[in-house]
Design a protein around this ligand. Structure first.
Ligand code: ITT
Length: 214
């Protein structure tokens, strides 16, 4: 069987298994051209499962499975995070937890900056980082699909008010503006010419769309 035939097509009504407003906005924008009616886990007051996985994919599956069962609809989840080379990949899958423990994202970015300074990571080459997005689609009958992508860049002094989370802190490779300084279209728009999108989430979505959307 070809790879194409082994994937299941997504259509109709789905639940977006996130309680993060920034992610929800991006996921809705990504789905918009496909005519899929999407309601969010927050709008349905679905409970947030504990993210006990040790990988992005495992946590995306935990969220999508919980929503697929609770809503009896196909569920679409993202687990994502910022991995800083100088910190051995932290905060990684704990990116949301670090922000919660710090109090807010500016404080979390200041905390990460402090840890990087303590490691002597002051030169651009020592400040490499990447964002990861793992996307999971889970149907109520148990069928599952997963996709993952990254975007590489480096940590800079936070700049910009756009986007959400750690966006002001991340300068993608080859750009002179942070994600926080970009329009939503520039960060996660899907190029019409079929070339690669910029953000981790848009890149993972491009792979998902080729496999599961028409
Ligand atoms: P859900 O689990 O409900 O989807 P969450 O915020 O807990 O929401 P994660 O567990 O996946 O989501 O944590 C991802 C963290 O990484 C979270 O703090 C995000 O704000 C941050 N993050 C992920 N993608 C990002 C992006 O594109 N820009 C900025 N920050 C991002």
């Amino acid at each position: 069987m070809s790879e194409q035939l082994s994937h299941r097509r997504l259509s109709g009504r789905i639940v977006i298994a996130t309680h993060n407003a920034g992610k929800l906005r991006e996921m809705r924008e990504l789905l918009q051209p496909y005519g899929i009616e999407a309601v969010s886990a927050g709008e349905l007051s679905l409970p947030e499962p504990d993210e006990t996985g040790t990988t992005f994919i495992a946590n995306a599956l935990i969220k999508a499975r919980a929503s697929a069962i609770a809503a009896n609809l196909p569920a679409f989840a993202d687990d994502s995070g910022l991995c800083v080379d100088a910190l051995g990949g932290d905060p990684g899958i704990y990116s949301a937890r670090w922000a919660k423990e710090a109090g807010d994202f500016p404080k979390a970015m200041a905390h990460i900056e402090g840890l990087m300074q303590a490691k002597g990571a002051t030169e651009p080459a020592q400040r490499k980082a990447h964002f990861v997005s793992a996307l999971a689609l889970v149907w109520p009958d148990g069928h599952e699909e997963t996709f993952e992508a990254k975007v590489f860049g480096r940590i800079v002094t936070p700049r910009g008010e756009s986007g959400f989370g750690y966006d002001p802190f991340f300068l993608p490779e080859g750009y002179d503006r942070t994600f926080g300084e970009m329009s939503s279209d520039e960060k996660h728009g899907i190029p019409a010419d079929g070339s690669q999108a910029l953000s981790h989430r848009a890149r993972a979505f491009q792979i998902l769309a080729r496999a599961c959307l028409s």
